[in-house]
Every structure is written in C-alpha cells, then in structure tokens.
Design a protein around this ligand. Structure first.
Ligand SMILES: Nc1ncnc2c1ncn2[C@@H]1O[C@H](COP(=O)(O)OP(=O)(O)OP(=O)(O)O)[C@@H](O)[C@H]1O
Ligand SMILES: [Mg+2]
Length: 253
C-alpha cells in the first residue's frame, strides 16, 4: 500500500505519524519505505539521526531532470535505517530549488513511476509531505493509493479540512482515480479537555471520515524524536505506542 500523510497546516503531526506507523509496519515484518518530501527533513532526522545518507531524494529528482540513458535504479537511492525492514528516501535542502524546475518541465508523474518501479522492493510506502500543497505534495497525492490526514483538534483547522478535502478531490478527479481518503487522524487528543472532544464531535456530526483510533498527546513523542527512535522501539509498552499499533491495525493492507 502507498500512503501519503498530508495536511497543509504545519505542526499537526505528519512526520511523527508517518514515521511511527511505518515503524510499526516494519516491526511486523513488512518491507517498508518512508519518503521524506519535506525539505525540513524532520522524518529523515527522526529515522537516521545524524547519519548522512550517500544519496537522497534530491539525487533521484536530479536524475529525473537530467535524463540519463543508464539511470540508477530507484532502489539505489534508498538508505537503510537502524530498524529492521525500514528504509528511507531521505530529504535534502536542495529539494527547494528542484521543485520549480521539475514543475516547469512537467515531471509531476515521475514520483508515481518511481513508486511503480519500487513495487517489488517494498510492501508498503509511507510519504511524509511538507506543510504546503507544492509540487512534491501534489506528486505524492498523484502517486499514492491512500491519504491520511492528521488533525490537531484546533478549531481554526476545522474549516481548513474542507479546503484540504477539496484539494484531494480535485487531484483524484484530474490525476489519480485510485486515491482514497483513508481518514482523519485525530492527533494530540486530550480526552479530559472539552474543546478537543467538541471539535471531534463536530467533525463526526458533519460526516467527515474521522478514524475511531485517536492518538493521545504525550511528552514521550519529544523524547522519541530526540532519541531518533520511533515509539515502537523506544517504548513498546507505552499507551501511545499501543494507539499507533491499533491505528496501524485498523488500516487496510
Ligand atoms: N501525539 C503527540 N503528543 C505530543 N506531541 C506530539 C504528538 N504528535 C506530534 N507531536 C509534536 O508536535 C510537533 C509537530 O509534529 P510533527 O513535526 O510530526 O508535525 P508536522 O505536521 O510534520 O509538522 P510540519 O508541518 O512542520 O512538517 C512536534 O514537536 C512533535 O513532537
Ligand atoms: Mg513534518
């Protein structure tokens, strides 16, 4: 399954959710690849720490721009992480300059072709996106089968969800009939405070596809980022790890 984790709002949990769900899948024996399309590189740092990969997504997109008769295979750009079955196509700051060049040369379907090439190497692909609907995010929505939308229970984000769903529907209609919104993931949920409960109840009442398994707020997420270890490895018995496991299990294979 190829999934994109998308919300144009910043700081809602995209990178954390991408890496933790991918790590759960990998720990269950699925050959899993994470793509970090955000030039901030948060997912890359989370999974690799200070290690410097030999090749990154920037090299892959550079190869796409500078056509070669004997290109490297897509799998050669992937880096093994310290975790079994988990690989990464890392971000790089030069994605910033590459985006407009790729866009002006109509390379929007190249990520989809790349993932088709990688089909025999990986069981699952998880794509982390930047907080913007830029060339890379649109490429990811065109390449993926499923879209997960992290939601931070902020009432300002409520209206933005409709814009986001419109954007996804437009890409589905124009470019990718396979794309399905798998659901809204309620992140940093605080069941004891009334605002998040009210906001989630409103989303459900409006018929929005909120997934039943929410993710609690926990200080352990920060520790996990600092240790560069997803929760399933850092704290396998923690409540939030159990929520990631349950969320993973509720998703389609
Ligand atoms: N369940 C959680 N509990 C507590 N903190 C969390 C949780 N999930 C994410 N965070 C924190 O929220 C912040 C934003 O998370 P993250 O970087 O995953 O979001 P993002 O959507 O990828 O952000 P950006 O849009 O900048 O890429 C981080 O500091 C992270 O540690
Ligand atoms: Mg992020």
């Amino acid at each position: 399954m190829k999934r994109v984790v998308f919300n144009q709002k910043g700081g809602v949990g995209k990178s954390t959710i991408t890496c933790n769900l991918a790590a759960v899948g990998a720990s269950r024996g699925r050959r899993t690849l994470v793509l970090d399309l955000d030039l901030q590189g948060n997912a890359s740092h989370y999974l690799l720490g200070e290690a410097r990969p030999a090749l990154t997504l920037a090299d892959l997109f550079d190869q796409i721009l500078n056509f070669k008769l004997r290109p490297r295979k897509a799998v050669e750009f992937a880096t093994a992480t310290p975790f079994d079955n988990l690989w990464l196509l890392p971000s790089h700051p030069s994605l910033e300059e590459l985006g407009p060049k790729l866009e002006s040369r109509y390379k929007i379907y190249k990520l989809k072709e790349t993932l088709e090439e990688l089909k025999s190497d990986f069981d699952d692909v998880w794509i982390d996106t930047p907080p913007a609907l830029n060339f890379f995010t649109r490429s990811a929505l065109i390449a993926a089968d499923r879209c997960l939308i992290p939601y931070d229970c902020d009432s300002f984000s409520h209206q933005a969800i409709y814009t986001l769903l419109d954007n996804v529907a437009e890409i589905r209609a124009d470019h990718n009939r396979e794309l399905a919104v798998e659901g809204i993931v309620v992140n940093q949920f605080q069941p004891r405070s009334s605002l998040p409960r009210r906001v989630v109840a409103e989303l459900l009442a409006e018929g929005l596809p909120v997934l039943p398994q929410a993710l609690s707020a926990s200080v352990k997420v920060k520790e996990s980022h600092e240790a560069c270890k997803p929760l399933v490895h850092l704290l396998p018995a923690h409540k939030l790890t159990g929520e990631y496991q349950a969320l993973y299990a509720s998703l389609a294979d």
